[in-house]
Design a binder for this molecule. Structure first.
Ligand SMILES: [Zn+2]
Length: 301
């Protein structure tokens, strides 16, 4: 808000949601698997997606919303109290509560705390502020909402290009990156669009970066469309695997092996999952395959 000529974040220290989640829920499958992560959000977003799952908080007005008071130092104390190794800035859009995210992340990284920071974001941001935030960010799950400017304009009230630039920058700065693409029937499920996205992904993020195709459920202002058929998700996953991507998952829907991690080199099963639960994990320390010693992309301890 413009308060006496000065721009102020009215959500700073005022989260509307504070939870402990399995890290698999973010989703992050290659970052401290099986751990719990302290997860916070404030109201607000810089996108306005018609299908938002958290629209009640993301599209709310801070002045009309209930929130807690949790200073940045209180947040770090809470993480210590629950003995969690990481904090997620999530649910709505951490870039909309940028000042709170940045300050909390900076404190979390101080030596005495050593807490890791995770962004769950649509990455619709300019280069300079993103660079600043990424200095204190350990992992990010970034949404690619579609691979067309038309979708971003019509459905999200945003644009695609800055998101792709942000993805490349995040990867370049050494942050652990996983990507989510929510497939919505008729809007971003065109096989050619998905093929183009996979090609861009491979060329710019590499075959080791994990990709999550996720199932759409009718919500908010997009209740006229059906949930994504299983075949559509399987087809997209198979397309990505055929293109050479090593770690491709399906979210919000059970499909055989689509939540499991197989070695990117010898293809043996390494981590078996059921939803957010780890059934087995035979990765060696440092994330090395016990069969072929291949280093699996990720942060494992
Ligand atoms: Zn292997």
């Amino acid at each position: 808000m413009n308060i006496d000529g000065e721009l102020k974040s009215v959500v700073f220290s005022h989260p509307c949601a504070i939870h402990m989640d399995p890290i698999e829920k973010k989703p992050l499958f290659h970052f401290l698997p099986g751990s719990k992560i302290l997860s916070i959000a404030t109201v607000g977003c810089n996108l306005h997606c018609l299908h938002c799952q958290n629209w009640e908080i993301s599209q709310a007005n801070p002045e009309e919303s209930e929130a807690y008071y949790l200073s940045t130092n209180d947040l770090i104390s809470l993480a210590q109290k629950y003995n969690t190794k990481s904090i997620a800035y999530t649910y709505t859009e951490p870039l909309a509560f940028y000042e709170y995210t940045l300050e909390s992340s900076r404190i979390a990284h101080q030596n005495s705390f050593g807490i890791k920071n995770v962004l769950v974001t649509a990455a619709y941001i300019n280069k300079k502020p993103l660079q600043e935030l990424l200095k204190f960010t350990d992992a990010a799950n970034i949404d690619v909402k579609a691979f067309s400017e038309r979708f971003y304009r019509d459905i999200c009230k945003a644009t695609l290009k800055p998101v792709l630039d942000a993805l490349i920058l995040t990867k370049e700065m050494g942050v652990h990156v996983e990507v989510t693409y929510l497939i919505i029937p008729t809007l971003n499920d065109d096989p050619l669009e998905i093929k183009n996205f996979i090609r861009w992904f491979k060329d710019n993020l590499g075959v080791e970066t994990p990709l999550h195709f996720s199932r759409f459920h009718p919500n908010y202002k997009l209740t006229n469309l059906p949930p994504t058929p299983a075949e559509t998700l399987d087809r997209a996953r198979n397309e990505a695997l055929t293109a050479g991507l090593k770690y491709v998952y399906i979210g919000n829907l059970y499909s055989k092996d689509s939540e499991n991690t197989f070695c990117g080199n010898c293809s043996k099963l390494l981590i078996e999952r059921n939803g957010y639960t780890i059934i087995s994990n035979i990765l060696k320390k440092e994330g090395v395959c016990p069969y072929c010693n291949h280093k699996i992309y990720g942060v494992w301890k």
